[in-house]
Ligand binder design. Structure first.
Ligand code: FES
Length: 155
């Protein structure tokens, strides 16, 4: 981990602890998660206890302590998608990826998450792969989607 890069981000905010969420957001944008040694450096530079830092990291769901997969799959479990079988879609992803929701595959290819609404309820059940919406999902589409992403070799 390049601690000089971390120091530069912190210095950009004048080492001001009130900018902690901005500092953490920028670091996470750089590394895709918040590694332990980086958090330790942030705490040292801002002169705040690790407990305070973890309090902020755990409060905001956007912060991740583990690396995410190349493909982040978000399955909507909002009401409109729920009534159209979203839980079955989520279970199919879990079964095929051999992970539970909230987990990442060992090869860091896929992270599986659940969300409450993706804003396109008429397309339900909906999943998202990174920034792309996948509407009217079913088990066949889950399998072909995963096959296509796996064979693309982009991760
Ligand atoms: S409830 Fe699923 S997109 Fe709105």
């Amino acid at each position: 981990m390049e601690l000089e890069k971390i120091d530069k981000i912190i210095e950009k905010y004048s080492s001001d602890s009130s900018s902690l969420t901005s500092i953490l957001s920028e670091i996470q944008a750089e590394y895709s998660f918040l590694p332990q040694d980086v958090l330790k450096r942030v705490a040292e530079k801002l002169e705040i206890p690790m407990t305070q830092l973890f309090g902020v990291v755990n409060f905001y769901k956007i912060f991740k302590l583990e690396p995410s997969g190349k493909y982040i799959i978000r399955v909507c479990l909002g009401t409109a998608c729920h009534v159209k079988g979203a839980h079955g879609i989520l279970e199919e992803f879990e079964r095929k990826l051999k992970i539970r929701v909230g987990e990442t595959t060992k090869d860091l290819a896929f992270t599986l998450e659940k969300v409450n609404c993706l804003g396109c309820c008429s397309l339900g059940p909906v999943a998202m792969v990174n920034d792309d919406h996948c509407g009217q999902m079913n088990a066949v589409k889950v399998n072909s989607l995963l096959k296509r992403l796996s064979s693309s070799g982009k991760y």
